[in-house]
Design a protein. Structure first.
Length: 347
Protein backbone atom coordinates (compact mmCIF):
# COMPACT_ATOMS: atom_id res chain seq x y z
CA UNK A 1 0.00 0.00 0.00
CA UNK A 2 2.86 2.34 0.88
CA UNK A 3 4.44 1.68 -2.56
CA UNK A 4 1.15 2.53 -4.26
CA UNK A 5 0.90 5.84 -2.34
CA UNK A 6 4.50 6.71 -3.24
CA UNK A 7 3.87 5.85 -6.90
CA UNK A 8 0.67 7.91 -6.96
CA UNK A 9 2.48 10.87 -5.36
CA UNK A 10 5.28 10.58 -7.92
CA UNK A 11 2.82 10.53 -10.83
CA UNK A 12 0.90 13.52 -9.45
CA UNK A 13 4.07 15.56 -8.99
CA UNK A 14 5.24 14.59 -12.48
CA UNK A 15 1.92 15.65 -13.97
CA UNK A 16 2.11 19.03 -12.22
CA UNK A 17 5.68 19.47 -13.46
CA UNK A 18 4.62 18.64 -17.02
CA UNK A 19 1.78 21.17 -16.87
CA UNK A 20 4.16 23.78 -15.48
CA UNK A 21 6.78 23.06 -18.13
CA UNK A 22 4.07 23.38 -20.82
CA UNK A 23 3.31 26.87 -19.55
CA UNK A 24 7.02 27.68 -19.49
CA UNK A 25 7.76 26.38 -23.02
CA UNK A 26 4.82 28.04 -24.77
CA UNK A 27 5.49 31.61 -25.91
CA UNK A 28 2.77 34.06 -24.88
CA UNK A 29 2.18 37.57 -26.20
CA UNK A 30 0.11 39.84 -23.95
CA UNK A 31 -2.34 42.22 -25.63
CA UNK A 32 -3.31 44.91 -23.11
CA UNK A 33 -6.81 46.16 -23.99
CA UNK A 34 -6.72 48.67 -21.12
CA UNK A 35 -3.56 50.39 -22.39
CA UNK A 36 -3.43 50.54 -26.18
CA UNK A 37 -0.17 52.51 -26.46
CA UNK A 38 3.27 51.70 -25.10
CA UNK A 39 6.83 52.96 -25.31
CA UNK A 40 9.78 50.57 -25.51
CA UNK A 41 12.85 51.58 -23.54
CA UNK A 42 11.80 55.20 -23.85
CA UNK A 43 12.61 55.49 -27.56
CA UNK A 44 10.17 53.33 -29.56
CA UNK A 45 6.39 53.57 -29.79
CA UNK A 46 3.86 50.72 -30.04
CA UNK A 47 0.19 51.20 -30.87
CA UNK A 48 -2.23 48.31 -30.30
CA UNK A 49 -5.50 47.83 -32.16
CA UNK A 50 -7.94 44.96 -32.15
CA UNK A 51 -10.42 44.54 -34.99
CA UNK A 52 -13.44 42.29 -34.51
CA UNK A 53 -14.56 40.83 -37.82
CA UNK A 54 -17.68 38.81 -38.61
CA UNK A 55 -19.31 36.86 -41.42
CA UNK A 56 -22.91 35.97 -42.17
CA UNK A 57 -21.83 32.46 -43.13
CA UNK A 58 -22.08 29.72 -40.51
CA UNK A 59 -18.84 28.30 -41.93
CA UNK A 60 -16.85 31.32 -40.80
CA UNK A 61 -16.98 32.12 -37.05
CA UNK A 62 -16.28 35.65 -35.86
CA UNK A 63 -12.58 36.43 -35.39
CA UNK A 64 -10.44 39.13 -33.79
CA UNK A 65 -7.24 40.47 -35.37
CA UNK A 66 -4.78 41.85 -32.80
CA UNK A 67 -2.41 44.48 -34.26
CA UNK A 68 0.92 45.58 -32.77
CA UNK A 69 2.07 48.60 -34.80
CA UNK A 70 5.64 49.67 -34.00
CA UNK A 71 6.43 53.16 -35.25
CA UNK A 72 9.85 53.83 -36.74
CA UNK A 73 12.28 56.06 -34.86
CA UNK A 74 13.99 57.37 -38.03
CA UNK A 75 11.73 60.03 -39.53
CA UNK A 76 13.57 60.75 -42.79
CA UNK A 77 12.83 58.64 -45.86
CA UNK A 78 16.23 57.10 -46.48
CA UNK A 79 17.69 55.31 -49.48
CA UNK A 80 17.47 51.51 -49.70
CA UNK A 81 21.13 51.26 -48.71
CA UNK A 82 20.56 53.41 -45.63
CA UNK A 83 17.50 51.38 -44.60
CA UNK A 84 19.59 48.21 -44.95
CA UNK A 85 22.30 49.66 -42.72
CA UNK A 86 19.73 50.83 -40.17
CA UNK A 87 18.26 47.31 -39.99
CA UNK A 88 21.71 46.01 -39.04
CA UNK A 89 22.07 48.80 -36.49
CA UNK A 90 18.65 48.03 -34.97
CA UNK A 91 19.51 44.35 -34.64
CA UNK A 92 22.61 45.36 -32.69
CA UNK A 93 21.22 48.00 -30.30
CA UNK A 94 17.41 47.95 -30.73
CA UNK A 95 17.18 51.74 -30.96
CA UNK A 96 16.83 53.03 -34.53
CA UNK A 97 13.92 51.30 -36.22
CA UNK A 98 14.12 52.19 -39.94
CA UNK A 99 10.53 51.28 -40.93
CA UNK A 100 7.13 50.90 -39.30
CA UNK A 101 6.61 47.24 -38.40
CA UNK A 102 3.24 45.58 -37.99
CA UNK A 103 2.71 42.27 -36.17
CA UNK A 104 -0.77 40.75 -36.33
CA UNK A 105 -1.88 37.86 -34.13
CA UNK A 106 -5.14 36.09 -34.94
CA UNK A 107 -6.52 33.04 -33.09
CA UNK A 108 -8.37 30.75 -35.53
CA UNK A 109 -11.08 28.15 -35.05
CA UNK A 110 -13.76 26.41 -37.07
CA UNK A 111 -16.04 25.92 -34.07
CA UNK A 112 -15.60 27.99 -30.90
CA UNK A 113 -12.87 29.73 -28.95
CA UNK A 114 -11.48 28.44 -25.68
CA UNK A 115 -10.83 31.28 -23.22
CA UNK A 116 -9.04 30.53 -19.93
CA UNK A 117 -8.38 32.85 -17.02
CA UNK A 118 -4.66 32.48 -16.26
CA UNK A 119 -4.25 35.50 -13.96
CA UNK A 120 -2.72 33.32 -11.22
CA UNK A 121 -0.17 31.80 -13.60
CA UNK A 122 0.84 35.27 -14.78
CA UNK A 123 1.14 36.58 -11.20
CA UNK A 124 3.29 33.57 -10.23
CA UNK A 125 5.42 34.01 -13.38
CA UNK A 126 4.63 30.50 -14.51
CA UNK A 127 4.25 31.43 -18.18
CA UNK A 128 6.78 32.59 -20.72
CA UNK A 129 5.54 36.09 -21.61
CA UNK A 130 7.36 37.70 -24.54
CA UNK A 131 8.18 41.36 -24.06
CA UNK A 132 7.18 43.90 -26.69
CA UNK A 133 10.86 44.48 -27.36
CA UNK A 134 11.40 40.76 -28.02
CA UNK A 135 8.32 40.58 -30.27
CA UNK A 136 9.59 43.55 -32.31
CA UNK A 137 13.17 42.30 -32.56
CA UNK A 138 12.06 38.88 -33.81
CA UNK A 139 9.69 40.40 -36.37
CA UNK A 140 12.33 42.90 -37.54
CA UNK A 141 14.90 40.16 -38.05
CA UNK A 142 12.49 37.99 -40.05
CA UNK A 143 11.40 40.95 -42.19
CA UNK A 144 15.02 42.00 -42.77
CA UNK A 145 16.02 38.58 -44.10
CA UNK A 146 12.81 38.08 -46.08
CA UNK A 147 13.37 41.45 -47.77
CA UNK A 148 17.05 41.17 -48.60
CA UNK A 149 17.87 37.43 -48.81
CA UNK A 150 16.24 37.05 -52.27
CA UNK A 151 18.82 39.53 -53.57
CA UNK A 152 21.57 36.99 -52.81
CA UNK A 153 23.57 39.20 -50.46
CA UNK A 154 23.90 36.70 -47.58
CA UNK A 155 26.41 33.88 -47.58
CA UNK A 156 24.13 31.50 -45.66
CA UNK A 157 20.44 30.66 -46.01
CA UNK A 158 18.64 32.36 -43.11
CA UNK A 159 15.82 30.78 -41.14
CA UNK A 160 12.80 32.94 -40.50
CA UNK A 161 9.13 32.96 -39.58
CA UNK A 162 7.12 35.67 -41.31
CA UNK A 163 4.10 33.47 -40.68
CA UNK A 164 4.19 31.41 -37.52
CA UNK A 165 1.96 29.34 -35.22
CA UNK A 166 4.21 29.00 -32.17
CA UNK A 167 2.90 32.09 -30.32
CA UNK A 168 -0.28 32.30 -28.24
CA UNK A 169 -2.23 35.43 -27.36
CA UNK A 170 -3.14 36.48 -23.82
CA UNK A 171 -5.73 39.23 -23.45
CA UNK A 172 -5.35 41.58 -20.49
CA UNK A 173 -8.46 43.50 -19.45
CA UNK A 174 -9.32 45.00 -16.08
CA UNK A 175 -6.11 43.54 -14.62
CA UNK A 176 -7.09 39.97 -15.49
CA UNK A 177 -5.36 37.75 -18.05
CA UNK A 178 -7.24 35.47 -20.46
CA UNK A 179 -5.47 32.89 -22.60
CA UNK A 180 -7.02 32.10 -26.00
CA UNK A 181 -6.30 28.37 -26.30
CA UNK A 182 -6.70 27.96 -30.07
CA UNK A 183 -4.35 27.63 -33.01
CA UNK A 184 -2.98 31.10 -33.58
CA UNK A 185 -1.51 32.73 -36.68
CA UNK A 186 1.13 35.45 -36.24
CA UNK A 187 2.28 37.51 -39.24
CA UNK A 188 4.98 40.18 -39.61
CA UNK A 189 4.98 43.07 -42.10
CA UNK A 190 6.80 46.32 -42.69
CA UNK A 191 4.98 49.43 -43.91
CA UNK A 192 6.78 50.74 -46.99
CA UNK A 193 6.87 54.29 -48.31
CA UNK A 194 6.49 55.04 -52.00
CA UNK A 195 5.92 52.35 -54.64
CA UNK A 196 6.63 48.66 -54.44
CA UNK A 197 9.83 47.76 -56.27
CA UNK A 198 8.92 45.24 -59.00
CA UNK A 199 12.29 43.45 -58.88
CA UNK A 200 12.04 42.60 -55.19
CA UNK A 201 10.28 39.57 -53.74
CA UNK A 202 7.91 41.47 -51.50
CA UNK A 203 6.97 38.81 -48.99
CA UNK A 204 6.65 41.19 -46.06
CA UNK A 205 6.03 44.72 -47.32
CA UNK A 206 2.72 46.62 -47.34
CA UNK A 207 2.95 49.66 -49.66
CA UNK A 208 -0.15 51.87 -49.25
CA UNK A 209 1.17 54.41 -51.80
CA UNK A 210 1.72 51.80 -54.49
CA UNK A 211 -0.20 51.67 -57.76
CA UNK A 212 -3.25 49.42 -57.95
CA UNK A 213 -3.01 45.97 -59.53
CA UNK A 214 -6.51 44.52 -59.80
CA UNK A 215 -6.52 40.95 -58.52
CA UNK A 216 -9.27 39.97 -60.94
CA UNK A 217 -7.50 41.39 -64.01
CA UNK A 218 -4.10 40.14 -62.91
CA UNK A 219 -5.18 36.54 -62.33
CA UNK A 220 -7.38 36.52 -65.44
CA UNK A 221 -4.33 37.41 -67.54
CA UNK A 222 -2.32 34.73 -65.69
CA UNK A 223 0.53 37.19 -65.05
CA UNK A 224 1.82 35.02 -62.26
CA UNK A 225 5.53 35.43 -62.97
CA UNK A 226 5.54 39.20 -62.49
CA UNK A 227 5.18 40.62 -59.00
CA UNK A 228 5.49 37.03 -57.79
CA UNK A 229 5.64 36.83 -54.01
CA UNK A 230 4.16 40.29 -53.66
CA UNK A 231 1.64 41.82 -51.30
CA UNK A 232 -0.19 43.86 -53.93
CA UNK A 233 -2.70 46.69 -53.62
CA UNK A 234 -5.97 45.99 -55.40
CA UNK A 235 -7.81 49.23 -54.73
CA UNK A 236 -8.21 52.11 -52.28
CA UNK A 237 -11.48 53.19 -50.68
CA UNK A 238 -11.49 56.91 -49.86
CA UNK A 239 -13.92 57.88 -47.12
CA UNK A 240 -14.68 61.60 -47.40
CA UNK A 241 -16.33 64.12 -45.11
CA UNK A 242 -16.07 67.90 -45.44
CA UNK A 243 -12.70 67.79 -47.16
CA UNK A 244 -11.22 65.15 -44.84
CA UNK A 245 -10.21 61.86 -46.45
CA UNK A 246 -9.45 58.55 -44.79
CA UNK A 247 -7.98 55.86 -47.03
CA UNK A 248 -8.67 52.15 -46.54
CA UNK A 249 -6.39 50.07 -48.78
CA UNK A 250 -7.27 46.58 -49.99
CA UNK A 251 -4.44 44.13 -50.64
CA UNK A 252 -4.06 40.63 -52.02
CA UNK A 253 -1.08 38.28 -51.95
CA UNK A 254 0.41 36.56 -55.00
CA UNK A 255 2.11 33.40 -53.75
CA UNK A 256 4.01 34.65 -50.69
CA UNK A 257 6.00 31.44 -50.24
CA UNK A 258 9.73 31.84 -50.55
CA UNK A 259 11.95 28.73 -50.51
CA UNK A 260 13.70 29.32 -47.20
CA UNK A 261 10.53 30.33 -45.32
CA UNK A 262 7.77 27.95 -46.30
CA UNK A 263 8.32 25.26 -43.68
CA UNK A 264 10.15 27.04 -40.87
CA UNK A 265 8.66 26.34 -37.46
CA UNK A 266 5.18 25.45 -38.66
CA UNK A 267 3.06 22.69 -37.19
CA UNK A 268 3.37 19.67 -39.45
CA UNK A 269 0.40 17.49 -40.43
CA UNK A 270 -2.30 20.14 -40.25
CA UNK A 271 -4.89 20.49 -43.00
CA UNK A 272 -3.97 24.14 -43.47
CA UNK A 273 -0.72 25.94 -44.06
CA UNK A 274 -0.10 29.05 -42.01
CA UNK A 275 2.64 30.42 -44.25
CA UNK A 276 -0.03 31.30 -46.82
CA UNK A 277 -1.47 33.64 -44.25
CA UNK A 278 -4.32 36.08 -44.30
CA UNK A 279 -5.03 36.26 -48.05
CA UNK A 280 -7.02 39.35 -49.04
CA UNK A 281 -7.12 42.06 -46.37
CA UNK A 282 -8.04 45.67 -45.60
CA UNK A 283 -5.42 48.00 -44.17
CA UNK A 284 -5.67 51.37 -42.43
CA UNK A 285 -2.29 53.07 -42.06
CA UNK A 286 -2.96 54.46 -38.58
CA UNK A 287 -4.05 51.15 -37.07
CA UNK A 288 -3.05 48.09 -39.08
CA UNK A 289 -5.12 45.31 -40.62
CA UNK A 290 -8.86 45.73 -40.06
CA UNK A 291 -10.20 42.77 -42.01
CA UNK A 292 -9.02 39.62 -43.79
CA UNK A 293 -10.19 36.42 -45.41
CA UNK A 294 -8.16 33.61 -43.77
CA UNK A 295 -9.56 31.35 -46.49
CA UNK A 296 -6.44 29.19 -46.34
CA UNK A 297 -7.56 28.08 -42.91
CA UNK A 298 -11.29 27.70 -43.50
CA UNK A 299 -10.96 26.07 -46.93
CA UNK A 300 -8.24 23.67 -45.76
CA UNK A 301 -5.45 24.85 -48.05
CA UNK A 302 -2.65 22.52 -49.09
CA UNK A 303 1.02 23.28 -49.58
CA UNK A 304 0.71 24.34 -53.22
CA UNK A 305 -2.27 26.62 -52.63
CA UNK A 306 -1.91 30.28 -53.55
CA UNK A 307 -3.96 32.55 -51.29
CA UNK A 308 -7.57 32.81 -52.45
CA UNK A 309 -6.61 32.02 -56.06
CA UNK A 310 -8.93 29.09 -56.70
CA UNK A 311 -11.94 30.13 -54.63
CA UNK A 312 -11.65 33.89 -54.72
CA UNK A 313 -10.15 35.04 -58.02
CA UNK A 314 -11.33 38.61 -57.55
CA UNK A 315 -10.83 40.54 -54.35
CA UNK A 316 -13.88 39.54 -52.35
CA UNK A 317 -13.62 39.80 -48.58
CA UNK A 318 -15.80 37.23 -46.82
CA UNK A 319 -15.70 39.19 -43.58
CA UNK A 320 -16.72 42.68 -42.51
CA UNK A 321 -15.19 44.72 -39.72
CA UNK A 322 -17.69 45.06 -36.89
CA UNK A 323 -15.70 46.89 -34.20
CA UNK A 324 -12.28 48.47 -33.70
CA UNK A 325 -10.99 48.60 -30.12
CA UNK A 326 -14.49 47.60 -28.97
CA UNK A 327 -16.10 50.58 -30.76
CA UNK A 328 -18.59 50.00 -33.62
CA UNK A 329 -16.94 50.73 -36.97
CA UNK A 330 -19.02 53.80 -37.90
CA UNK A 331 -18.53 55.32 -34.44
CA UNK A 332 -14.79 54.68 -34.58
CA UNK A 333 -14.39 56.72 -37.76
CA UNK A 334 -16.92 59.31 -36.61
CA UNK A 335 -14.50 60.18 -33.80
CA UNK A 336 -11.97 60.95 -36.54
CA UNK A 337 -14.28 63.55 -38.10
CA UNK A 338 -15.90 61.17 -40.58
CA UNK A 339 -19.64 60.62 -40.83
CA UNK A 340 -20.40 58.37 -43.79
CA UNK A 341 -23.94 57.06 -43.57
CA UNK A 342 -23.05 54.24 -45.98
CA UNK A 343 -19.84 53.28 -44.19
CA UNK A 344 -21.18 49.88 -43.17
CA UNK A 345 -22.01 48.94 -46.75
CA UNK A 346 -18.61 50.11 -48.02
CA UNK A 347 -16.45 48.14 -45.57
Amino acid sequence: MRKIIILFTFLAVSAIQLIGSGFAQTKYVVFDQDKLTDSLNGHLFCKRTYAEIGSDSTNFPDLTIYNFLFKKSITADDSNQKVFQNYISFERDGKNLPVDILVTITPLTRSKFELKNISKAVANKEINVISLDSLLRTAAKDIFYATYAPLGIFSETPSLNLKRTDYKIVIKRKNEYFFVDNETLTESYFIGNGYIEPYRTNAAGIYPQSKNFSKQNYLSAEKLNTLKGGIIKDTTINLNNHGRTIAIDRFWTNEPRIPFAKSAGLNKGNDWYAVEGIGDFEFYWDNGILNGNFLDYFKKAKLNYMPDKQLNRKLNLWYKTKKINGIPLEDFFKDKGLNNTNLKSIL
